[in-house]
Design a protein. Structure first.
Length: 245
């Protein structure tokens, strides 16, 4: 079992501090990665071990069939359309605002390709270690429409599948919201042992006197809540995840 110190701590990750790889068909920006961390302290945030932002080129570019096991993998399609196929027989196109959850469990192979010949995909992928290993693989999708998150936080992922969210096999909640200029919101975390990680998809916000811009990240450990004020129209992702795993 691994645990972070639960004394009050804040961490600021400007977008320029993410690791960056340009492989031609994909430009990959990572905030966390245990195997190739952007910085020594950024191997994980509790049970969240990878947060990457991939820009996938059009024209059928993407990932060929490849394996995963014992991992919870959430994809949030910011723009574009991604074709998914896996060895469990799941197939489909995840369009803009789609959310996909793969519970890899005992093992699954899947592929993901850009559906468009001329529009790139802007995609967030968030990986969590599972609470229980070797479960039967599962695949789930939903669509987070702009109307559903206008002026409020919409629950995308949760341990119990609450409020039509996708059920994840970990103590993790993911929320997305779009807020107008001069508005504010206070987020209260779900569990005492959790941390809060905030990622700005687009916009301009302030948390604890720290200004956050497009693709900046901000982690909070040891506080029960986060008060966020918006300086412009802002699309925000909040990840509430256990720090003990």
């Amino acid at each position: 079992m691994v645990a972070l110190n639960l004394t009050m701590e804040v961490i600021y990750h400007p977008q320029k501090t993410r690791s960056h790889r340009d492989m031609g068909w994909i430009r990959l920006y990572q905030s966390f990665n245990p195997n190739n961390p952007p910085a020594p302290t950024r191997a994980h945030f509790g049970a969240m071990i990878i947060l990457d932002n991939g820009i996938i080129a059009p024209g059928g570019k993407g990932f060929g069939m490849h394996p995963h096991d014992n991992m919870e993998i959430v994809s949030v399609v910011i723009s574009g359309a991604m074709v998914h196929s896996d060895t469990a027989g799941n197939e489909g196109v995840n369009v803009e605002n789609a959310v996909q959850l793969i519970s890899a469990g005992t093992g699954i192979h899947h592929s993901e390709y850009n559906h468009s010949d001329d529009v790139p995909i802007d995609n967030l992928q968030i990986w969590f270690l599972p609470k229980q290993r070797d479960i039967k693989p599962e695949y789930k999708t939903m669509v987070s429409s702009p109307i559903s998150r206008d002026g409020k936080l919409q629950l995308l992922v949760s341990p119990n599948g609450d409020i039509d969210s996708l059920k994840i096999h970990q103590e993790a909640w993911i929320w997305r919201g779009t807020f107008q200029e001069n508005k504010s919101v206070t987020y209260v975390k779900k569990q005492k042992e959790n941390g809060i990680y905030i990622f700005i998809i687009e916009g301009d916000a302030v948390i604890n006197n720290q200004r956050l811009m497009r693709r900046d990240g901000y982690g909070i450990v040891g506080s029960e809540d986060a008060e966020i004020t918006f300086n412009a129209i802002t699309d925000i992702l909040i990840i509430d995840v256990t720090l003990t795993f």
